[in-house]
Ligand binder design. Structure first.
Ligand code: HEC
Length: 146
């Protein structure tokens, strides 16, 4: 099933010129397994990737946190949209810096935050290489609504 999904994703990629492996919506499919296709999440289990994430993308500390969540994983407690999550998101291995920039740009689309770039992600990756997922959780800056 997973293999079929991968093949379908690849077929969709091939069909949709000028889409590339960098396409954020395509990469987001791996996130949607937990956060759902529209990013609304599952209360108590998987946080929504909505207003809080957009607010985080507007600050330097928030952008670093978002990148490191994907690179290193995150293991709470964290508070998202006023609810506490005490789960674990596994690091999303295998995504390169350009792919992480693309998927984060997809997640925060519609916000006024400047676009993530591969170069920016590379800097966060280098600086956060020794962080555990619990340490990433402690980096979560406070955003509105908490
Ligand atoms: C296996 C399930 C799973 C997958 C796949 C997954 N996540 Fe998560 N994600 C979680 C869980 C669980 C948390 C909350 C962890 C906690 O409770 O500390 C989380 C938290 C987050 C947060 C923190 C939100 C905040 O407001 O602080 C972001 C951002 C995020 N995920 C983005 C992504 C992106 C982007 C992808 C795809 C590249 C992804 N996730 C894939 C389960 C997942």
């Amino acid at each position: 099933m997973r293999r079929l999904a991968t093949l379908l994703a690849l077929a969709a990629l091939a069909a949709a010129a000028p889409a590339t492996a960098q396409d954020g919506a395509t990469i987001y499919k791996r996130c949607a397994a937990c956060h759902l296709a529209d990013g609304s999440g599952v209360p108590g289990a998987f946080p929504p990737l909505k207003a809080d994430v957009r607010a985080l993308a507007a600050t330097a500390a928030g952008r670093r946190y978002l990148a490191l969540v994907v690179i290193r994983g995150v293991s709470g407690p964290i508070t998202v949209a006023g609810k506490v999550y005490r789960g674990t998101m596994p690091a999303q291995g295998g995504l390169n810096d350009a792919q992480i920039a693309s998927v984060l740009n997809h997640v925060v689309r519609g916000s006024s935050a400047k676009a993530f770039t591969a170069k920016e992600i590379a800097g966060y990756r280098a600086g956060g290489a020794s962080l555990t997922s619990a340490a990433v959780a402690r980096l979560q800056p406070k955003v509105g609504g908490k």
